[in-house]
Ligand binder design. Structure first.
Ligand code: AMP
Ligand code: MG
Length: 489
């Protein structure tokens, strides 16, 4: 089934996940929001999905994306999952405020559509089923920033808002983010059925994921579920290499926030690093630093271990699961150094380059050097030959000079390739620093949504210069340190 024409509303839906059966969730309509309004629309994505500007401007679209009208043919549901939160089994969780409307067949392929903040579900536990404007804007902007940086992620189509009060630390207002992804299945979906010894459902789910997303796993000799675990481990390794290379801190890497497709999912207290501080903790609720920046790759492996344990009933023995997880240990570092090598403008990365990368990261950490600005200045230095702006970032100039000399030699060994220009397309000028999001949020809280739109458009081309908003590429202001982002959203 496809959208009827590019200018139509999404009227024809699939419900592949819902067809898995009653055990997988609860059919449920979104709860209407009073007097909704638009906060942001990602029209480039809408067009890619086959939705016209005309329809996106219509009252019908506003009603659909605020949860006030259930689109004809959709079969909204909340899905059930469980998971480990902060290293501890948390039992049943599930879509407590996100509703799966169903699945569109789009020019980008089949895409599931979720409304996040669409009201109470059977899985809301103590929550109110809502999302506040503040956190919705952060998810909306960051999904698209990550996509433009080439990081696998769920996407965000639009935000609607309402003056309906939502109580967090203070009274805020409600919003709904519409997000899309080929699938929103999480590690926690598997953990749920495994924990309850629902092996038939576990197998159904695994077969579903293999059929639609990892068909190669059905072809390889041996156990297909071990092959699935290995494939998910490898995709997760790729994802983590992206996060670490771009300086992204997720903040809540619970197993229910891990995508089976290796996508960045559930943007909460995330942060792009300002200074390169490996131990940085971006989540104010994470007092022990479990999800500190430098711990993310190991935490991902821990989470994969939980997934492996959940899949055990479908495997022949435990060793099969352990073997399937092994690839993470090689794919992650290989991918990370390939990415760092690309950031350095290396055309090929050899074993000797690892020391160059590791020494650089040590220097950046020692000097608490701004991550994004360093890489951008380095790219300009290679393009122009002027190293001073890079040296200026370091307190220990001698150490910086030592590393820069090694680096210059390595770059020279590649011949006359136009490396600097390529680096400027690899190392972004703009990332969604906390303070930029915060300024857009403060404006939006006074009903000025223009900064949300401007930031979205800026972050959709983060490698370009944008001289009109030069200051967005500056060092963060002092008050950025005071921003406290917690799980409250
Ligand atoms: P998170 O930490 O945002 O990934 O959420 C963990 C669990 O809490 C998931 O099951 C969410 O659906 C649920 N949850 C978070 N916030 C709310 C809320 N305001 N209302 C209902 N459920 C929520
Ligand atoms: Mg979550």
């Amino acid at each position: 089934m496809t959208l009827a024409t590019a200018s139509d509303a999404p009227t024809r839906w699939n419900a592949r996940f819902a067809h898995l059966g009653d055990a997988f969730g609860t059919p449920l309509a979104p709860r209407p929001l009073p007097a909704p309004y638009w906060v942001g629309q990602n029209l480039p994505l809408a067009r890619q999905l086959g939705l016209s500007n005309e329809w996106m401007a219509s009252n019908d679209a506003l009603a659909v994306f605020s949860g006030n009208r259930v689109p004809e043919g959709s079969a909204p549901m909340a899905t059930v999952y469980s998971g480990h939160q902060f290293g501890v089994w948390a039992g049943q969780l599930g879509d407590g405020r996100a509703l799966l409307l169903g699945e569109w067949d789009t020019p980008l392929g089949p895409q599931e559509v979720q409304l996040k903040g669409a009201g109470l579900t059977p899985y809301s536990r103590m929550g109110d089923g809502r999302a506040v404007l503040r956190s919705s804007i952060r998810e909306y902007l960051c999904s698209e920033a990550m996509h433009a940086l080439g990081v696998p992620t769920t996407r965000a189509l639009c935000i609607t808002g309402s003056d309906a009060p939502v109580r967090r630390e203070t009274v805020e207002t409600a919003a709904v983010v519409t997000r899309v992804a080929p699938s929103f299945i999480r590690f926690g979906h598997f953990e749920h059925f495994s924990h309850h010894d629902q092996h038939a459902e576990l197998r159904l789910l695994a077969d579903f994921v293999i059929e639609h997303f990892y068909p190669e796993c059905a072809q390889v000799p041996g156990n297909p579920y071990a092959a699935l675990l290995q494939a998910v481990s490898e995709r997760t390794a790729v994802l983590l290499s992206h996060w670490q290379a771009v300086g992204f801190c997720h903040g809540v890497m619970n197993t229910d926030n891990m995508s089976i497709l290796g996508l960045t999912i559930d943007y909460g207290p995330f942060q792009f690093l300002d200074a390169y501080v490996p131990g940085h903790i971006c989540n104010h609720s994470d007092s022990a630093g479990r999800y500190a920046f430098s711990r993310q790759p190991n935490i991902a492996y821990w989470n994969l271990f939980c997934l492996g344990q959940a899949l055990l009933p479908l495997m022949d023995d435990q060793q099969q699961a352990l073997d399937a997880l092994e690839s993470y240990k090689t794919v992650y570092p290989d991918q990370l150094f390939a990415r760092l090598g690309a950031k350095l403008g290396l055309l090929e990365v050899d074993d000797g380059d690892r020391a160059l990368c590791e020494d650089l990261l040590r220097l950046l950490a020692q000097g608490r050097v701004d991550h994004t600005i360093f890489w951008r200045r380095l790219s300009h230095a290679v393009a122009s030959g002027d190293r001073e702006p890079v040296r200026d970032l370091f307190v220990d100039r001698d150490a910086a000079d030592g590393w820069l000399a090694r680096y210059r030699e390595r770059i020279a060994s590649q011949g006359a390739e136009p490396t600097g220009r390529h680096m400027l397309q690899t190392n972004p000028k703009f990332v969604l620093r906390n303070h930029l999001g915060e300024l857009a949020i403060r404006a939006a809280q006074t009903k000025d949504f223009s900064q949300v739109a401007q930031l979205l458009s800026l972050l959709q081309s983060p490698f370009d210069e944008h001289p009109d908003v030069e200051s967005h590429a500056d060092f963060p202001p002092d008050w950025a340190n005071q921003i406290e982002i917690s799980c409250s959203s």
